[in-house]
Design a protein around this ligand. Structure first.
Ligand code: C2E
Ligand code: MG
Ligand code: MG
Length: 274
C-alpha cells in the first residue's frame, strides 16, 4: 500500500509539472493527441476522428489516459489539460479544414466530469471556435452518462448552451453508467457511443448472442430518441456485419484503425477525400 501511495504521489507530481508547461495553442513536449477514425458503416468512409490524449513521461515513456486521467480528474489538473486538448483539437481541425476543403470531417473531444462542471467552459469553447475559425458542427463533445446524471438540471442547461454554439453532443461509453432512461430524452444529444464491452460480446459463442441483443436494444432506444449510434471497439469483420444488420450508423475500433498521429490521419483523409 505504501509503495502504491508513493507511486501515485510521484505520478501526481510529474503530472503537475507536465501540465504546468502547457501553452494554449502550442505543441507540447509531453502531451500529444492521437486521432482514431470514426467510419460510416454504410459507406466505409471516414466521417471524423476521436481525439485521444497521450502522455510521454520523460522517464517512464508513454502513459495511457486510463492511468493518468483519473489522477488529473482528482487533482483538478484535468481542467488546464482539457483546455489544451480542446485548443489542440480545434487547431488541428482548422488545419484539416484548410488542407482538405472538400472534406466534412469532424473531431470529437472527451470532456471529463470536472470540466463539464466548469462555469467558464462555454466561453472558452466559444473563443476557441472563433480563434481557429472552426465550423461549430465539426466539433463534437463526448461526455459520459455519469457526468450528466450527477446534476441533471445544470447538465441540461450546459448541454443546451453547447448546442446553441452549434456543437454536436455525444454520450460516451453508453450502457456502463447510471443513465436514467427517463431523463435521456430531455438532453439535446445527437449521438450515443455504444461501449466496447457490448460490442466485444457480439458473436461470442453463447447461444442467444446476448451482446448483439443488448446492442440491438441500445440502437432501438437511440433511434427512438432520434439519436445516431457509434459502435466503439470494433475488432472483427463479424462485428461489422452484425452492427450493420442492427442498423448502427457508425463504427470505431482497431478493425478500422488504431488511434493515429496527425500525419497518419492526414494521409487517410487524403485517400478518402481527394
Ligand atoms: P474512450 O473515450 O471511450 O476512448 C476509447 C478508448 O478505446 C481509447 O482508449 C481507444 O484507444 C480504445 N480503443 C479504440 N478502439 C479499440 C478497439 O478496437 N479495441 C480496444 N480494446 N480498445 C479500443 P484510450 O485512448 O486509452 O483512452 C481511454 C479513455 O481515456 C477514453 O475512453 C477517455 O475516457 C479517456 N480520455 C482519452 N483522451 C482524453 C482526453 O483528452 N480528455 C479526457 N477527459 N479523457 C480522455
Ligand atoms: Mg470517448
Ligand atoms: Mg468510450
Amino acid at each position: 500500500m505504501h509503495a502504491r501511495a508513493v507511486a501515485l504521489l510521484q505520478l501526481e507530481t510529474d503530472l503537475r509539472r507536465a501540465v504546468s508547461t502547457l501553452q494554449m495553442g502550442s505543441a507540447s513536449r509531453e502531451f500529444q493527441l492521437r486521432y482514431q477514425p470514426i467510419v460510416s458503416l454504410e459507406t466505409f468512409t471516414i466521417v471524423g476522428f476521436e481525439a485521444l490524449v497521450r502522455w510521454h513521461h520523460p522517464e517512464k515513456g508513454w502513459i495511457s489516459p486510463g492511468d493518468f486521467i483519473p489522477v488529473a480528474e482528482d487533482t483538478g489538473l484535468v481542467i488546464p489539460l482539457g483546455q489544451w486538448v480542446l485548443a489542440e483539437a480545434c487547431r488541428q481541425l482548422r488545419e484539416w479544414q484548410l488542407e482538405f476543403p472538400h472534406s466534412t470531417l469532424s473531431v470529437s473531444v472527451n470532456l471529463s466530469t470536472k470540466q463539464f462542471a466548469q462555469p467558464e467552459l462555454i466561453e472558452q469553447i466559444s473563443q476557441l471556435l472563433q480563434h481557429y475559425q472552426v465550423e461549430p458542427h465539426r466539433l463534437k463533445i463526448e461526455i459520459t452518462e455519469s457526468a450528466i446524471m450527477g446534476n441533471t438540471e445544470s447538465a441540461t442547461a450546459l448541454l443546451e448552451q453547447l448546442k446553441a454554439l452549434g456543437l454536436q453532443l455525444m454520450i460516451d461509453d453508453f450502457g456502463t453508467g447510471y443513465s436514467s432512461l427517463s431523463y435521456l430524452h430531455q438532453f439535446p444529444i445527437d449521438m450515443v457511443k455504444i461501449d466496447q464491452s457490448f460490442v466485444g460480446r457480439i458473436g461470442n459463442d453463447d447461444a442467444e448472442d446476448e451482446g448483439a441483443e443488448i446492442v440491438r436494444a441500445i440502437v432501438m432506444l437511440a433511434h427512438t430518441l432520434e439519436m445516431n449510434v457509434v459502435a466503439e471497439g470494433i475488432e472483427t469483420a463479424e462485428q461489422v456485419s452484425q452492427l450493420k444488420i442492427l442498423k448502427a450508423e457508425y463504427g470505431q475500433g482497431y478493425f478500422f484503425a488504431k488511434p493515429l498521429s496527425s500525419e497518419e490521419a492526414a494521409t487517410l483523409i487524403k485517400a478518402n477525400f481527394h
